[in-house]
Write a protein that binds this ligand. Structure first.
Ligand SMILES: NC(=O)c1ccc[n+]([C@@H]2O[C@H](COP(=O)([O-])OP(=O)(O)OC[C@H]3O[C@@H](n4cnc5c(N)ncnc54)[C@H](OP(=O)(O)O)[C@@H]3O)[C@@H](O)[C@H]2O)c1
Length: 339
């Protein structure tokens, strides 16, 4: 029998709950799963009852893997407990953005850059959901034709903001149907039957960009080890419950062969090609939600730029964009004997 691990999941929101589901679904070799959050209670997750404990440093005693899915920022779980959990001997895999660009923290998509896990210092970051979904489609092509430039527009689901945003879209749809006044708490504008070109805070480093867009720029360069790749993104929140979509233009050093790119993507681990535009066959988030893979369609030669392709990429932001990628990092570390 192989080794089994003591696991803690910090955060019992959308990502934390999905993390527990994915650990069970993928038969991760755990002894026990402990769920931690801001306060004690019981939660029903994956058909089981979990006694959620309040997060404390002592809570990480004896834990091998700690998956962090708490709120980001100063009072968030990673900043408060992340490195303390590492001191207690746990491997921390963090879903949030607090330490992704830290030089001692590998930022990993297992199918793309698992080699970055070697020489880890106990703290690993899961990339931003939009970056994971984009690079699952682009990294296999980058190996064959080197990427020079990426221009991406995203169509991001409300689940990416967390459970309160899912409730907000649901509530506004009901209010609209009942012809009631639409109320809003989470977004600066109504999200129901609208689109909002604003995700995160305004950046000082890249004037005019919001932080989600900056994550796509900086994380892409770190993951691909290519500081010279030029990236521009416009991130848009859309009234979709789950599943992020991205319209991507990618320019390479040389002219890519579209058929060869289709073959490369068909063979790529974790990627599914769904590309028959003549039959209205292309990925849509409502179909992709719940899937493990990232789906690619509408692949075509860009008509306005040399050496460039356009494509449409869709992935489940809570699964591959967050919980599943984190669990895959732990599985990869076990396989590589890094724990
Ligand atoms: N949603 C996505 O698509 C996505 C994708 C990639 C990454 N992420 C990241 O994953 C993290 C979680 O996102 P989410 O969508 O699951 O958010 P969420 O639904 O709002 O849940 C946040 C959870 O964090 C817990 N928490 C907050 N502060 C904490 C603290 N100081 N100590 C311990 N627990 C704390 C909360 O506890 P209580 O339940 O007790 O309030 C709650 O369970 C965020 O960092 C987010 O940026 C999300």
């Amino acid at each position: 029998m192989g080794r089994k691990f003591n696991v803690a999941v910090v955060g019992a929101g959308l990502v934390g709950k999905k993390m527990v589901e994915v650990l069970i679904e993928r038969e991760f070799p755990f002894n026990k799963i402990k769920v931690l959050a801001t306060r004690e209670r019981e939660e029903h997750i994956a058909g089981r009852i979990f006694k959620v404990e309040k997060t404390t440093v002592e809570g990480f005693d004896g834990i091998d893997f700690a998956f962090f899915a708490g709120t980001e920022g100063e009072k968030g779980a990673s900043q408060e407990f992340g490195w303390k959990a590492v001191e207690k001997g746990a491997i921390v895999i963090d879903n949030g953005g607090d330490f992704r660009m830290h030089p001692d923290v590998p930022l990993v998509i297992p199918e793309v850059n698992s080699h970055h896990l070697k020489n880890h210092k106990g703290f690993i970051a899961n990339p931003n959901c939009s970056t994971i979904i984009m690079l699952m489609a682009l990294a296999p092509l980058h190996k064959r034709y080197r990427i020079k430039r990426i221009i991406a527009s995203t169509y991001q689901a409300v689940s990416g903001t967390g459970s309160k945003a899912v409730e907000e879209l649901d509530r506004q749809v009901h209010q609209y149907v009942k012809k009631e006044q639409l109320t809003k708490d989470v977004y600066p504008h109504t999200i129901c039957f609208n689109v909002i070109p604003h995700i995160g805070n305004l950046s000082e480093q890249f004037p005019g960009y919001y932080s989600e867009e900056v994550k796509m720029i900086l994380e892409t360069r770190k993951i691909l080890d290519c500081p010279e790749i030029l990236v521009s993104a416009t991130c848009v929140r859309v009234p979709v419950f789950n599943g992020h979509s991205e319209a991507i233009t990618v320019q390479f050093d040389s002219q890519p062969d579209v058929d060869e790119c289709r073959k490369i993507l068909s063979a790529a681990e974790g990627v599914k090609l769904v590309d028959q535009p003549e039959n209205a066959v292309y990925p849509c988030p409502i179909d992709v939600s719940g899937s493990d893979d990232v789906f690619v369609g509408r692949i075509r030669k860009n008509s306005a730029m040399e050496n460039a392709l356009d494509m449409w990429v869709v992935g489940d932001n809570i699964k591959k964009g967050a919980a599943q990628n984190a669990v895959q990092i732990a599985e990869t570390m076990i396989r590589m004997n890094l724990i």
